[in-house]
Design a protein around this ligand. Sequence first.
Ligand SMILES: [Fe+2]
Length: 191
Amino acid sequence: MPNAHVFGHKRFEVDANWKLVIEPFLEGYHVQRLHASTIGSMFADVATIMSRIGPHIRQVSGKAQFEPAMLDLPGENIHKTVTHSYLVFPNTVIVTSPYYISVMIIGPRAANRSTVDYFMLTPGPADSDKALDLYTRSYDMVLNVFGNEDFRAASLSQKGLESGALAELVYGGLEASIPAFYETVEQFCNP
Ligand SMILES: [Fe+2]
């Protein structure tokens, strides 16, 4: 990453609390549902493996047709086989893809409003028309998926919570990283 090239940057304004913007990056089961018409079919519908690294969280999830033996294939690009998703506490999300890395810095602006600075990092500037085409299509795709699906879901969740209709929320076993994140937030707020 220190030598990566910033292929593109876009700032999103999201009508949601910063923690709601982070939530979809802490679980994988929404992918086949929220992203059913875009990237859902590219990913296996399985639980993620979660590791806590100090206050940070790493999740590893398999792509479609994932088999553990694929990890041992010589010369294989591991990012074609699994996705790594990191929460760098408190407010940065990093997601790996085969040819680029997505970095998002979520900025709290009000209790119900956030900015997201999205950066696409590539190994270097596009050195061919083919690379430029690949990076451009990936950039457009990821802005659409995050902006129109994940961030939109966060703003809808914000509206739902603000309505006061729900006395409490239950997080399921496939969402174990979310309570882990809130536990760390609480620790930092009430040391
Ligand atoms: Fe998502």
